[in-house]
Design a binder for this molecule. Structure first.
Ligand code: GRF
Length: 212
């Protein structure tokens, strides 16, 4: 049974999707803790309702990024996790932190990486006239929104989309690919070689996301 800790900063809908699919599909895993850097993160209430341990490590209480990372590591390690899942966690983590959880630290970013890392991804995709957008699940490396890609969703950009409507549609696709990716990791189905990730049995690592 793999122990998962999920880090959030906001509503935590990806975390909720992971918790739900883990239970529904009976993964050999358990979300043992949900941590947030923001005391007002809405997702904390969901986790508490599910009986999952929660903790807040407020970044504003620390003088440096390193001091925050160390406090966060301490809170994570207290839960003895096998995997650490960043799900809408809006802090940049330093190299030492990333090294500590290397190969077992996953993130989701709402763009087709390597396009549009960082903030305002949806507006930047619209401004660039992109016809498709999407999301990327990847192993975390010290470089922001970078690292071996586990899975991507592809979402059509509509002519009348604004950043909000596009973000909502991409988010719904995230709820498909993030639980799927975490499940594969939990079940040791991912092989990372030369910076590329493949599914051991060759399962499709793309999701062309359409809604009726
Ligand atoms: C998601 O789009 C995630 O990719 C991005 O922030 C959003 C968080 O959503 N980093 P939620 O907190 O999982 O609902």
């Amino acid at each position: 049974m793999k122990r998962l800790v999920v880090l959030i900063s906001g509503q935590g809908s990806n975390m909720q999707a992971i918790v739900r699919q883990c239970a529904l599909q009976g993964w050999p895993a358990q979300v043992v803790g949900v941590l947030s850097n923001r005391p007002d993160a809405k997702g904390l209430a969901f986790a508490q309702e599910q009986g999952i341990a929660t903790a807040v490590v407020d970044h504003r209480a620390y003088e440096s990024r390193e001091a925050f990372d160390d406090a966060l590591s301490e809170a994570i390690d207290a839960l003895r996790p096998d995997g650490v899942i960043l799900a809408g966690f809006m802090r940049i983590l330093g190299e030492r932190f990333v090294q500590r959880y290397a190969q077992r630290l996953l993130n989701i970013h709402p763009s087709l990486l390597p396009a549009f890392p960082g903030l305002d991804t949806h507006q930047r995709a619209l401004d660039a006239g992109c016809k498709v957008a999407g999301a990327t699940v990847h192993f975390v490396t010290a470089e922001l929104d970078h690292g071996p890609i586990v899975m991507q969703s592809v979402v059509a950009v509509r002519a009348d989309d604004d950043a909000h409507t596009l973000a909502q549609r991409v988010l719904r696709s995230e709820h498909v690919i993030y639980p799927q990716s975490v499940r594969w990791w939990v079940q040791d189905e991912l092989v990372v070689q030369d910076g590329r990730v493949r599914h051991r049995a060759g399962l499709d690592q793309t999701c062309f996301f359409t809604e009726s």
